[in-house]
Design a protein around this ligand. Structure first.
Ligand code: EPZ
Length: 418
């Protein structure tokens, strides 16, 4: 297992190219299961989760090629309908093949994705919706089996705007004649990106980005040529690293329109943000920021995936502030690691109180999930002295070539074998 060694306390400067969005690419790659025609997806980030998807689609019988951020998928004969445990346990997003396979073959078997460090993450919303569309659900040996003599369009009201359930049901309904309506569905920008891809494949999808989406499907979907949107969580992570360390950092191939809740909070903390078409510039003194409370919410609220990096930034605030994590029940694992670097944080259930300290100090710390790892990078870049971040395979799941991008920004970072 690799570690990062970071010598913090230097300002950042220069330009960083933001990669394509992991959380937009994963459902769009799953959508290639909906068609027998060739698909070519560009701006796909080179990440562990994409490699896992490559493995999964090939296992299911597609023939995939991935290079220079372009992912190509060809059909072969005899697609499998089973996403096995050892692939699903590596990446929960593997279950996004459920909607496409159920629609195409009226049967799918996939391993119940176990929980992960940030929460139990059940899939009841997905299964309830599939049942309403006519699927029978059964369980065997840790797998879920969905079968349907025939699927029918339905009006589905989600009890919670689940991102994955919205994506799964959009894809399922796209290959089904008639109109399916999703109510109280997720509004994330990645949902809009998937909708644009499904429309290019021949479905009609209206309302993506709002809480009511109408999907009118067809019998056959076409192949796809598509370019994935920028990664707004990577963008936010670099914005926070620059805000915490100080300096001027220009982020390219991204879009300020994706960053509203984070930009609003950063400006309140005293960080200067300017933007032009396709780029965002952060200017920060690297001094102690003003304390700003945040609460994570479904989009368009503050994204839960930036809660941990935000907490790292607020660790040096000039005063106290609160972070409320409303989406996942166990997403404060990074707090204890930040405290090893001198942060003063009290966690009670889903609330963290951060009392800002003058200085963070480098220390050996451990990543527990993708975004907790990102938080440790933000803290280590701003901290005085040397930090060692362990279990960076978590970070590799969500950030493409992060050490190269940080080094280009002036950060002293190296990847070492543990
Ligand atoms: C997506 O996960 C993202 N992953 C997550 O990013 C992100 O944190 C999350 O959305 C919220 O924005 C991908 O897009 C691949 P949800 P997803 O279904 O779809 C509960 C990262 O770091 N829930 O919106 O799994 C669930 O337990 C990852 O890139 C149910 O109870 O998120 C959670 O508390 C982490 N039943 C909440 O809803 C269900 O059937 C949000 O889950 C489904 C979800």
């Amino acid at each position: 297992m690799d570690n990062f060694i970071i010598h913090g306390g230097r300002t950042v400067s220069g330009e960083v190219k933001i990669s394509g969005s992991k959380n937009a690419a994963l459902p769009i790659l799953a959508a290639t299961m909906l068609t027998r025609e060739k698909c070519e997806i560009k701006n796909v980030p080179d990440l562990m989760d994409i490699k896992s998807t490559f493995e999964l689609l090939n296992y299911m019988g597609k023939r995939c090629f991935f290079g220079f951020n372009t992912f190509t998928v060809h059909e072969t004969s005899g697609l499998k309908h089973h996403a096995p445990y050892d692939l699903v346990r590596k990446m929960r997003a593997s279950m996004l093949v459920a909607g496409p396979l159920l629609a195409r073959f009226k049967k799918v078997r996939f391993s119940l994705p176990g929980g992960c460090s940030i929460g139990v993450r059940p899939i009841d919303i997905h299964l309830e919706a599939f049942k309403k569309m006519g699927a029978a659900v059964s369980y065997e040996g840790g797998d879920v089996i969905l079968t349907a003599a025939r699927l029918r369009p339905a009006r589905l009201k989600f009890r919670f705007p689940s991102v994955g359930a919205t994506e799964n049901l959009m894809m399922c309904a796209s290959l089904l004649k008639g109109t399916t309506v999703l109510e109280n569905c997720a509004r994330e920008p990645e949902i809009e990106d998937l909708a644009r891809a499904l429309v290019k494949m021949g479905a009609s999808v209206e309302g993506a980005g709002t809480s009511l989406i109408r999907i009118s499907g067809v019998d056959e979907l076409k192949g796809l040529k598509y370019e994935v949107m920028p990664d707004r969580i990577e963008t936010g992570t670099f914005m926070l690293a620059a805000a915490a360390a100080g300096g001027t950092l220009k982020l390219l191939n991204t879009d300020i329109a994706l960053m509203k809740p984070v930009a609003r909070a950063l400006k309140k903390a005293g960080v200067k943000i300017t933007s032009e078409k396709g780029s965002i510039t952060i200017t920060s003194s690297g001094g102690r920021p003003k304390p700003v409370n945040i609460a994570t919410k479904p989009h368009p609220g503050f994204p839960t995936d930036l809660q941990a990096p935000w907490m790292a930034f607020m660790a040096r605030a000039k005063g106290s502030c609160e972070v409320h994590e409303a989406i996942f029940e166990n997403r404060f694992m990074h707090a204890a690691e930040l405290m090893r670097m001198g942060a003063d944080i009290t966690v009670t259930d889903r609330k963290a109180v951060i009392r800002g300290v003058e200085r963070l100090l480098g220390a050996p710390v451990m990543a527990s999930d993708i975004r907790a790892g990102a938080a440790l990078i933000v803290a280590a870049v701003a901290a005085k002295g040397k930090s060692i971040i362990r279990r960076i395979y978590h970070i590799d799941r969500g950030y493409e070539k992060i050490e190269n991008k940080l080094r280009l920004s002036g950060v002293r970072i190296e990847r070492v074998k543990a």
